[in-house]
Design a protein around this ligand. Structure first.
Ligand code: SF4
Ligand code: SF4
Length: 474
């Protein structure tokens, strides 16, 4: 099956239950942000900036668990910031699993191997020795780390850990192949670390997923290469979503200076062009989401935003109207559902009810619409059922050529980051500094997953990357 039966059945059961009860609005996925602190400062990350005054604030464990229970979403995406920095991440994940939820940890991957070593130390017995040997042989764990795992003390043995489970996924943020990804996260070696973490997770029996945001300058061929490479690693699923692109400064330029929107925005038209092959990718790779949402992305149909189905809870409360825009925070999920005028948002019949929604086709606004039967067309249910319960695409072969295409930056000794920073920040490039984290003058701009990005800066950066992209191996 494309996705594990128990998980698909749980989600289908949740939808059917609410349809039978005629619940007008209900949660499908909770985006839980226990903190906004992060170990990285990705170019233009909206999350670490929008909540820059609350970086040290954290949602207490009990409140996180209560929020999940309150909205009763079958899936919880623990994001942030970097959730693996949250001091009680293990207790949070295990608490959510005890509540019977499917848990995604949306991580930048940097601390994943540490967390998995802790799991091994807490559970080490001779049964784990073959995996440990394999991890050492594949240089995913050092000899010294392996010894520490074998000789774990009582404290390590008694530690709460994140163990492999069919109800849990590591969901790793990957925005391209090595060269692009490391530039975006502004640190060389992060792509390599993500790959190592995914490999280690697969050896230990964890489920893995990736999430990718597509921007105006994202190279579609690179996305295909990335999916092939991730498929060769046996990654279990992928979320892919267009970046959110509302920016008051850019709007103003269109209005005042008569510039073309496509010079600035990932417009709906451009999103549709980028996602022209999404249905084919859905057949070839384990792309999460419904075929109905894929048809929407490919420009074949309209959907109405159902942002209330993917609510966000963070230090300030329930964030409305959606993961991307903030018009207010509420104390309770039901209070938010009852108070927000949902008719003010989204795009209906090609007309944006709120100008900020104009170019939005993001997964957290529209993917649930595909599952919930909004704008239902005959055959949709069967299509969704066939996709989720159908055969899993075969993994791509892990060839040396594919490896070479994936590792096209730092790991082949290019050390490209300093060079790229200099190029992008040079006066000649007339850039304010795509890598600079200062001087943010935009209004609202976050992409999806783990903060995502401010597309103005990412677009500048990615345009430079496109110029500097190394030649692909023959
Ligand atoms: S995009 Fe994610 S990994 Fe990057 S700085 Fe923001 S929260 Fe951290
Ligand atoms: S259309 Fe997009 S930006 Fe507007 S409310 Fe829905 S998810 Fe948010």
């Amino acid at each position: 099956m494309r996705f594990p039966f128990a998980l698909s059945a749980k989600i289908a059961g949740h939808i059917i239950k609410h349809k039978v009860r005629r619940t007008p609005r209900f949660a499908m996925v909770l985006q839980l942000e226990p903190l906004h602190t992060c170990n990285l400062t990705c170019t233009g990350c909206g999350r670490i900036r929008e909540y820059s005054t609350s970086l040290k604030d954290m949602v207490p464990l009990e409140r996180c668990l209560a929020a999940a229970a309150e909205c009763d979403a079958p899936m919880v995406s623990v994001c942030g910031g970097e959730p693996l920095i949250y001091p009680k991440i293990e207790e949070l994940v295990n608490g959510l699993l005890e509540q019977g939820r499917i848990v995604y940890i949306c991580t930048n991957g940097v601390f994943m191997r540490k967390k998995m070593r802790e799991y091994m130390a807490a559970n080490f017995s001779s049964a784990l020795e073959p995996q440990l040997k394999q991890l050492v042989a594949e240089q995913l764990v050092t000899e010294k780390e392996a010894e520490a795992i074998r000789n774990a003390d009582a404290a390590a043995k008694g530690k709460s850990v994140i163990a492999p489970s069919k109800w849990h996924y590591w969901n790793v943020h990957v925005d391209g192949l090595e060269f692009t990804h490391d530039l975006i996260v502004e640190r060389e070696g992060v792509f390599k670390e993500c790959v190592a973490a995914i490999q280690m997770a697969k050896i230990l029996g964890y489920q893995t997923a990736t999430n990718t945001t597509v921007y105006r300058e994202t190279d579609v061929q690179e996305l295909e290469d990335m999916f092939q490479f991730l498929s060769s690693l046996n990654v279990d699923g992928h979320t892919i979503s267009p970046g959110y692109d509302y920016d008051a400064a850019k709007k103003d330029m269109v209005k005042r200076l008569g510039k073309k929107p496509e010079d600035f925005f990932l417009t709906r038209k451009m999103t549709v062009a980028k996602f022209a092959k999404i249905e084919e990718w859905g057949r070839l790779f384990t792309i999460f989401g419904t075929p109905v949402y894929q048809e929407f992305l490919a420009g074949k149909r309209d959907l109405t935003c159902t942002a209330w189905a993917i609510p966000t809870y963070n230090v300030k409360g329930w964030k409305a109207p959606c993961y991307l825009m903030t018009d207010g925070h509420y104390d309770g999920y039901q209070q938010m559902l009852d108070t927000v005028n949902w008719e003010k948002y989204g795009v209906v019949g090609g007309v944006a009810r709120d100008p900020r929604c104009d170019n939005c086709m993001v997964h957290c606004g529209y993917d649930p619409s595909g599952a919930l039967g909004t704008n239902y067309q005959s055959g949709d249910n069967w299509k969704n059922f066939k996709y989720n319960f159908g055969a899993k695409p075969k993994p791509c072969a892990a060839t040396a050529e594919l490896q070479q295409r994936a590792f096209n930056g730092f790991s082949i000794g290019k050390g490209h980051l300093a060079e790229a920073k200099a190029a992008i920040n040079s006066p000649a490039a007339n850039a304010r500094g795509a890598f600079s984290n200062n001087g943010h003058d935009h209004e609202t701009h976050v992409g999806s997953h783990c903060g995502g990005g401010d597309s103005t800066e990412r677009d500048t950066l990615l345009a430079k990357i496109a110029e500097a992209r190394p030649a692909q191996p023959e």
